[in-house]
Design a protein around this ligand. Structure first.
Ligand code: GDP
Length: 223
């Protein structure tokens, strides 16, 4: 969707209180390291390197914000939260950034929705469950929630159907979608849903049709 292709880097912050307070609707992307979060953001926005900026040394524990909106006017913010559960991260560091994330997810006032990436071959992990518990009260109060099952190209149709039904049981009031950056599966659906989340109060304007051709080569997906 053309709207998502307007994404541009806004800012990065190590702590919640360093993030600029904003009144623009914000959508947070969370997920275990290696779940495919950066690839998903890069595919949705058609910016090859956008979310990989979050993986630069010194930024992996940061919250990175990207702005969306035509004519340079920001109408939505994407927040790329640090990947979690990576074994090489020291225990204290892990605790520290889990705290940063939990703080962000419960107290960021302009937060409109959360997108959780999950590699369906591994299912929801213990840390995913902890996050689900943290956000559940906000989802019950109306916060939007989507589980993206990444790397769907690695599953057979039967496995996809099974992964969908398992994740739906866990998603509470949220939605679940299959996604493949490699096959471009689910890209338009996810973009449309995020548009609806952030624009529905404005009279549910129809989403602009894709107005940018796929100019970039698909990323090398090597896993
Ligand atoms: P992150 O740590 O969650 O940001 O994960 P990455 O986006 O870096 O992806 C982790 C690995 O999964 C990389 O090797 C990607 O190439 C691979 N990957 C991501 N999305 C897909 C996909 O849709 N299909 C396939 N086959 N591999 C993928």
């Amino acid at each position: 969707m053309g709207w998502m292709h307007t994404a541009r880097f806004l800012t990065t912050a190590a702590q919640l209180h360093h993030l600029p307070p904003m009144d623009t609707p914000e959508i947070a992307f969370v997920g275990r390291s290696n779940a495919g979060k950066s690839t998903c953001i890069n595919t949705l926005t058609q910016k090859k390197q956008l979310a990989f900026a979050s993986k630069k040394p010194g930024r992996t524990h940061h919250i990175n914000l990207f702005a969306l909106g035509k004519q340079g006017i920001t109408d939505t913010v994407l927040a790329d939260l640090p990947g979690y559960g990576y074994a090489a991260v020291a225990k204290m560091d892990k605790l520290r950034w889990q705290q940063v994330m939990a703080n962000y997810l419960v107290s960021r006032e302009n937060l409109k929705g959360i997108v959780m990436m999950c590699d369906p071959r591994h299912g929801l992990t213990e840390l995913d469950d902890i996050l689900l518990e943290v956000i559940r009260p906000r989802v019950e109060e109306g916060l939007k929630f989507l589980i993206i099952l990444t790397k769907a190209d690695k599953l057979t149709r039967a496995e996809q159907a099974k992964a969908l039904s398992i994740a739906r049981l866990r998603a509470g009031g949220g939605e679940v979608k299959l996604f493949s950056a490699l096959k471009k599966q689910g890209v338009d659906e996810v973009a449309q849903l995020l548009w609806d989340w952030t624009h529905s109060a404005e009279g549910a304007a129809p989403a602009p049709l894709s107005d940018q051709p796929h100019e970039e080569e698909p990323e090398a997906l090597d896993e």
